[in-house]
Design a binder for this molecule. Sequence first.
Ligand code: 3PG
Length: 211
Amino acid sequence: MIKQIEQCRIVPVAAVDTLENGLKLCESLSEAGLPVIEITFRTAIAAELIAAASREFPEMAIGAGTVLNSDDLQKAVDGGAQFAVAPGTNPTVLEKALSYEGFEFYPGVCSPSDIELAYSLGAKTLKFFPAEAAGGVKMLKSLCGPYGHLGIKFCPTGGINATNMTDYLAIKDVIAIGGSWMVSKDLFGDWDKLKSITRDAVAIAQMKEAS
Ligand code: 3PG
């Protein structure tokens, strides 16, 4: 498991429009004590930003998100990403991702069949997505029942925020939660506010750690 994700237990999911905003976002997250970012392939600059952020913020765990095909996966790896995430389980992408030594890939799942497919292909850490819409904490606890003993871990994402994150973090097989609330594009430019929301999220996760 990537050390920054293990420590902070939060993966900020960002869709960034410009390189400038992306680098400022990385700086702000790092300064706010959350040296992790999932840069989604939902904007044209994703690959370029992954490469630039990997160079400029070596203290951060830089990852790629919304990785839907092998081309984007390759761009992420070439750019220096340490991990990647996808909303679903695409066997072609998953097998290629697992072939890179030291690289982590979290395919998306939201049903027992998804979990069995991802696990059979070698994935051990899965993104439970879309967490809230797919049944939330109750659904995830039910899914942990038959699969927990396999060592499968989850990163629930989708509809998670400062209010409900601790409910997910309390589940034994949850390593981290993903969310976009602290890196919403509405906050770009208001970097102090973004940092403050991020610090709050980090503090909530740490409190959960201590309880
Ligand atoms: C996503 O892929 O959109 C992430 O799961 C983020 O979801 P959120 O915006 O509900 O946090």
